[in-house]
Design a protein around this ligand. Structure first.
Ligand code: DOR
Ligand code: ZN
Length: 380
């Protein structure tokens, strides 16, 4: 928690250039200093790290800012077994910078064939923290995902309840006749709501929510068992960002950006202080040529900028006092894990986002490439 006097410092408008140090210790809040926000080290509860040289290229961006991350299993081939999750974790640990304490929390990729036995093995391993459900065909590398959750996955879900293993859902239907912009809403009505009703004790995280419908649904559910992650792009951009001055492939992700009313609903939800929402960047790197082509991949590479962007959202909403719970408390509390003990600082200081990051196989274009951001994260 930030000290109350530190919160108050944000309430009075200050002349441009006037800064206040915000710190846990009110004695360190002083006029004339740089504005700084000291928070418990955040975690990223939804992250794509990939493998091979792409993993090598991106992992340090997450390891620098986050204590832990829930690592998505949609590799080629997908991480469908605990044995693969263990091997993937080892590869990640090898790729992180020396001295980093970044802890990857692994997930299993749910298929029609996943067995209840695999869930028991996953729980015993101490390596797997959740199971991800991709409706088959919904997004990148989801072709091996679930085709009929009620027809094929009931025994696995029953075992997940027993093992207290959370289910993470990509919440979109795949029916090509359903409008792309309605796929989340229809998923809630036809899959998620019935699933929650059938398994009231199953912990479910609706990943990367994008609509007012999702906010209403989450808030209608039991706070102990149903929660949502929220990305920086769905807090800061609406669907106009896809077409501003021409097609903008680097703003294309799934679920796709929605109308402004949905963006505003999500901002209100996360800045309300509700513990049902937590940070999940969905940082999803794709090599530049795979984004800028005739059939570009879905995914926004946000890891290097995500914390700055979340701070911007909370600042704009006048809710910086609620930022720390969103970034650092609500996630571990929901997963039943300890909060991080180390801390970090976000300093109000302009910095320019690199236009690209190069790596042996090509380039990555980060979210807000080349733009100036205001909050600079660093370790203390
Ligand atoms: O935009 C996205 N990219 N959404 C997803 O669900 C998957 C991700 C990826 O893996 O690239
Ligand atoms: Zn994702």
């Amino acid at each position: 928690m930030l000290a109350y006097s530190a919160y108050r410092a944000f309430e009075t408008p200050r002349p441009v250039g006037y800064c206040i140090t915000i710190s846990r210790n009110p004695k360190r809040t002083r006029r004339g200093a740089r504005m700084e926000l000291a928070i418990t080290k955040p975690d990223d509860w939804h992250l794509h790290l990939r493998d091979g040289d792409l993993l090598q290229a991106v992992v340090s961006h997450s390891a620098r800012h986050f204590g832990r991350a829930i690592v998505m299993p949609n590799l080629k081939p997908p991480v469908t077994t605990t044995a693969r999750a263990v091997a993937y974790k080892e590869a990640i640990l090898k790729a992180i910078p020396t001295g980093s304490e970044f802890n990857p929390l692994m997930t299993l990729y749910l298929t029609d064939e996943t067995s209840p036995e695999e869930i028991k093995i996953a729980r015993k391993s101490g390596v797997v923290y959740a199971v991800k459900m991709y409706p088959a065909g919904a997004t990148t590398n989801s072709q091996d995902g679930v085709t009929d959750v009620f027809g094929k996955c009931l025994p696995v879900l029953e075992e997940m309840v027993k093992q207290e293993m959370p289910l993470l859902v990509h919440g979109e239907v795949t029916d090509p006749d359903v409008d792309t912009f309605d796929r989340e809403k229809v998923f809630i009505e036809t899959i998620l709501a019935p699933l929650v009703q059938k398994f009231p004790q199953l912990k479910i995280v609706m990943e990367h929510i994008t609509t007012l419908d999702a906010v209403r649904f989450i808030e209608s559910c039991n706070k102990e068992t149903v929660a949502a992650t929220v990305t920086p792009q769905h807090l800061l951009l609406n669907r106009n960002s896809l077409f501003k001055g021409g097609l903008q492939p680097h703003n294309y992700c799934l679920p796709v950006l929605k109308r402004e009313i949905h963006r505003q609903a999500i901002v209100s939800a996360v800045t309300s202080g509700s513990r049902q929402y937590f940070l999940g960047t969905d940082s999803a790197p794709h090599e530049r040529r795979r984004k800028e082509c005739s059939c570009g991949c879905a995914g926004i590479y946000s890891a290097p900028v995500a914390l700055s962007l979340y701070a911007k959202v909370f600042e704009q909403a006048g809710a910086l006092d609620k930022l720390e719970a969103f970034t650092s408390f609500n996630g571990p509390d929901f997963y039943g894990l300890p909060r991080n003990t180390s801390r970090m600082v976000l300093r109000k200081s302009a910095w320019e986002v690199p236009k690209t990051y190069t790596y042996p196989s090509g380039e990555l274009v980060p979210m807000f490439a080349g733009e100036t951001l205001e909050w600079l994260p660093f370790d203390i």
